[in-house]
Design a protein around this ligand. Structure first.
Ligand SMILES: [Mg+2]
Length: 219
């Protein structure tokens, strides 16, 4: 058995960070952010894209969020407990992320993969002590395209994969025998999921309950 986990928006959450970056950059009215009229990454994206030159502004915000400002992203609730539980149960885990080395609209220098590794280090993933999460850097894989990500999931022999994007599970090359665990507070659209069979969870608590209650019951 081997559990594969996506990185962006599955391990690392960006909602508060995008709100902060949009506010700092002066792109969106501070009151819209302060009152919660614009809340979360998707709402910030939609609002920024409506501005003149919006697509470029959005790319710049993303280059910051996934790059030099990633330390301001949040570790999603329940992730640390899940990885710790896997470590304690000797259940192998890998992280497989679709991530290019450099951002479009970025400075051309900041390595997004190194930034993601720094985030994992910041949150004690690579700490082998009791307090850490016991993951090795060799268990983290970055792939430049979705197709290569799916190929990596297959090559690593994952039996389960956890991702926030139904499109990954719906990819034509996604191995049919890998169980698809979708982390999504809201049901995905039919077009995103296609006819892929996914098991949806609204949060990591649900994933924990499923994996350790059904898939891998451990004393
Ligand atoms: Mg993701």
């Amino acid at each position: 058995m081997r559990i594969g986990v996506d990185f962006d928006n599955t391990i690392a959450g960006y909602d508060r960070l995008f709100e902060a970056l949009a506010s700092e950059s002066g792109l969106l009215a501070p009151c819209a952010l302060a009152t919660g009229a614009i809340r979360g990454k998707t709402a910030v994206r939609d609002a920024v894209r409506l501005l003149p030159d919006g697509e470029n502004h959005w790319q710049r915000l993303q280059a910051l969020a996934y790059g030099p400002r990633i330390s301001g992203a949040e570790l999603l609730p329940g992730v640390a407990a899940f990885f710790r539980r896997c470590r304690d149960a000797d259940l192998p885990v890998v992280v497989v992320s679709h991530k290019t080395q450099f951002a479009r609209g970025g400075d051309g220098v900041t390595d997004l993969r190194r930034c993601a590794l720094a985030f994992l280090r910041q949150h004690k993933f690579f700490d082998m002590s009791k307090a850490g999460l016991g993951l090795a850097e060799e268990q983290v894989f970055f792939e430049p395209t979705r197709r290569e990500k799916v190929a990596r999931i297959r090559e690593l022999g994952c039996t389960h994969f956890i991702d926030d994007l139904p499109e990954v599970f719906a990819h034509e090359d996604f191995p049919p025998d890998v169980e698809r665990l979708l982390l999504a507070p809201l049901p995905p659209t039919l077009e995103a999921t296609g006819d892929a069979l996914v098991r949806r969870f609204v949060d990591w608590r649900g994933i924990m309950g499923y994996v350790f209650g059904h898939v891998f019951p451990h004393p």
